[in-house]
Design a protein around this ligand. Structure first.
Ligand SMILES: [Ca+2]
Length: 336
């Protein structure tokens, strides 16, 4: 499915003499490509060259500290061609660093973040490296936070719970999954449905993978659900990035057409305040009002996946950064 939503990306990067600003507009006809659904837009473009400049600068800097990390990599990668592997690791790290810096600049500069997902593949970033660095930045606030169905006092958050059930319905997944997840998270042992309190964790999910441990959640259901959910963030949904099912699950009356109007609106001009949703036709009254306090226009937690590959070897870093402070704070890190 192709999508023409979210066609603008704003990236700032540092270059020798100071901060320069890159503002790129990608139209679907000139290379922006969408994977559809869930705000999963893949933006491929020739203008990604701007990122190359930033990447190159960082790659050069990090190359200088390669020697420092030799010790670590000789022990963990002794079976590999460790030099190549280490080089890719440095590249992947550079991708993460560039992403965090760009995000930080962007978030400090403006009071909104847009779009929900950006993916920029960079081929042969510099002369001496034949390979690919691909960075994918995803706003976790563009998804539904499954942890939000249980409030911090341990009780059900009815509004969020209803949203979760609607999301499941929209994805053709049995609604009782919501009960199972609620019992998995809530501290009590009162089963909402038979066996939903058996072998449960009774605490918040630390990753979406944990859903696979819950009785009744099949791999198939998980795969359908996972693009639209998160365990990070404050439970507020970023209307500048949320995909259609996430927008729709927020309130009963949000039809496919109304959700599309939000997407069309933000494509034209991203929302700068939550109240601006009231400007979208159909949201002026009760539906729009019901969203106040439940939505945001700025992401807080961002998932970054940086892949460096060359000659059949690949290094991937997946990380989540809390960007609410002046610098990104790592809340998750995996390298493989
Ligand atoms: Ca429980």
């Amino acid at each position: 499915m192709h999508s023409n939503s979210d066609s603008k990306v704003l990236i700032r990067g540092k270059e020798n003499k100071g901060i320069i600003e890159f503002a790129h507009k990608y139209s679907p006809s000139t290379g922006g490509r969408g994977l559809g659904g869930g705000g999963v837009e893949l933006l491929q473009n020739k203008k990604g060259v701007a990122l190359v400049v930033t990447l190159l600068a960082l790659v050069l800097i990090t190359a200088m500290v390669v020697e420092f990390s030799y010790g670590v990599y000789t022990s963990t990668n002794s079976l590999y061609n460790w030099r190549d592997s280490q080089r890719l690791s440095v590249m992947a790290n550079s991708g993460v660093s560039v992403s965090v810096r760009s995000l930080s600049d962007m978030l400090n500069m403006q009071n909104f973040s847009y779009p929900g997902v950006v993916e920029i593949p960079v081929e042969n970033p510099f002369e001496d490296f034949q390979g690919m660095i691909s960075v994918r930045i995803e706003d976790e606030n563009s998804k539904f936070n499954v942890n939000s169905i249980i409030s911090s006092n341990g009780l059900l958050n009815e509004t969020a719970f209803d949203s979760f059930k609607r999301l499941l319905n929209l994805l053709s997944i049995e609604e009782e999954i919501a009960d199972r997840v609620a019992d998995w998270i809530d501290p009590d042992k009162e089963a909402r449905i038979p066996d939903s309190e058996v072998n449960v964790r009774n605490s918040y999910l630390s990753s979406t993978d944990e859903l696979l441990l819950i009785n009744g959640i099949s791999r198939e259901n998980y795969d359908k659900l996972v693009p639209y959910i998160t365990v990070y963030g404050n439970g507020l949904i970023n209307i500048n990035g949320a995909g259609k099912p996430v927008l729709r699950c927020m309130a009963e009356g949000i039809t496919e057409e109304l959700a599309q109007r939000i997407i069309d609106y933000r494509n034209f001009t991203p929302f700068e305040k939550q109240e601006h949703v009231l400007r979208v036709a159909g949201f002026e009254t009760i539906i729009g009002q019901s969203l106040m306090g439940r939505i945001t226009v700025k992401g807080k937690d961002f998932h970054i996946r940086s892949t460096a590959s060359s000659g059949g070897i690949k290094r991937i870093i997946e990380a989540v950064f809390d960007m609410s402070g002046s610098h990104g704070l790592i809340t998750y890190w995996k390298e493989y």
